[in-house]
Write a protein that binds this ligand. Structure first.
Ligand SMILES: [Fe+2]
Length: 350
């Protein structure tokens, strides 16, 4: 049967069989109805997993649709990592509640054809690290915005800005994928223009000013040391201040290979210097950088699994050790609370 997961539905598809709510047994959408965004959103909100669609293949042959599917899948995977679908597996109850609220907004963002066509252009530059960075940054920004009680509309703009924050690099593709190589002075000067380029690209496409503004200011820093205008403190839009923190974090971890612990410590050092201190605190207090269930290697050489992220701060979870320092299974696994053993730390996520 031509069942299509709800995340892959798009306006214009025709429903093949009545969609019935599994709980109330009432018919939500009748067979023959042509889907629009509002109907798709209501199915997402009611946690319907898939529905039968007529003629699914001809409607799925558009590269933009394939990209939408891939992006949603990547973004939902990242979300499940930073905010698992289990209250107790999160660092705080708030992050769990926020993640549930964000999911339909993320679907709405990826329904925007302009955003997808721009991301398509970046995708064809074919650098996986860069692309993962875009998705991580978007998901983390939405979580932080939600934790700071953004309205749905503000979250939508923040997410749009975050997923498109580096779109200006479209004009300078030679700067993408240097493998962490030091840039020449000329390249640095070019790079520093990407936020301004991004602003004009988005304005030209008719994106809201709030979205373009987030992109324009995402390299500004709290103390005025950023670019392009050297804005300071609260003169920098809140969305850009959030983006500054999460982009820096993700660059350190996923592009420069730093440990989440080191990256978070660097953010703490930059608190109220480069970054809005309140945002760094929201990150520190809510995002479990070593998610529950992660397999980790400790500085002692032992290997274990993160079994509690809630009790201590995000960089000091409780780990159950299963393999000793010569990689032999232990007869009696032992529990190490990293908050109580300050000389032991997570060396690697396996
Ligand atoms: Fe950037």
């Amino acid at each position: 049967m031509d069942r299509v997961p709800v995340r892959e539905l798009r306006p214009g598809m025709v429903v093949k069989e009545d969609v019935v709510c599994p709980r109330t047994k009432t018919t939500l959408v009748k067979a023959g109805v042509t889907l629009n965004e509002a109907i798709i959103m209501s199915l997402v909100k009611r946690s319907i997993l898939s529905i039968a669609i007529s003629d699914r293949y001809t409607l799925m042959l558009n590269p933009i649709d394939s990209l939408r599917k891939k992006l949603l899948q990547m973004a939902e995977e990242r979300m499940a990592l930073y905010a698992p679908n289990d209250r107790g597996a999160n660092l705080s109850d708030e992050v769990y509640d926020v993640s549930r609220r964000i999911l339909p907004i993320m679907h709405q963002i990826f329904a925007n054809e302009d955003l997808l066509s721009l991301l398509m252009e970046l995708r064809v530059l074919d650098n996986d690290d860069f692309y993962n960075h875009i998705v991580n940054t978007g998901v983390l920004s939405l979580l932080i915005g939600g934790l700071m009680n953004f309205s749905d509309e503000d979250l939508y703009c923040l997410g749009m800005g975050a997923f498109l924050h580096d779109v200006g690099l479209r004009e300078m593709p030679f700067l993408i994928g240097g493998g962490g190589q030091e840039l020449s002075n000329y390249q640095k000067a070019q790079f520093a223009e990407h936020s301004r380029y991004g602003y004009y690209i988005l304005k030209e496409m008719g994106m809201p000013e709030a979205v373009a503004d987030i992109v324009l200011n995402h390299h500004e820093r709290w103390d005025g040391s950023g670019y392009p205008h050297g804005k300071k403190g609260k003169d920098i839009p809140l969305g850009s201040r959030i983006l500054a923190v999460v982009e820096e974090y993700d660059t350190m971890v996923n592009m420069e290979g730093k440990l989440p612990k080191e990256a978070l410590e660097r953010l703490m050092e930059g608190k109220n210097v480069y970054f809005d201190g309140k945002i760094v605190d929201v990150f520190w207090n809510n995002i479990a950088v070593y998610p529950l269930g992660s397999l980790v290697s400790l500085s002692t050489g032992e290997t274990g699994v993160v079994i509690n992220v809630r009790k201590n701060s995000g960089i000091k979870p409780i780990v159950k050790v299963y393999f000793n320092r010569v990689n032999r299974p232990m007869k009696q696994p032992k529990v190490i609370d990293l908050a109580e053993n300050s000389d032991i730390f997570i060396k690697k996520i396996l």
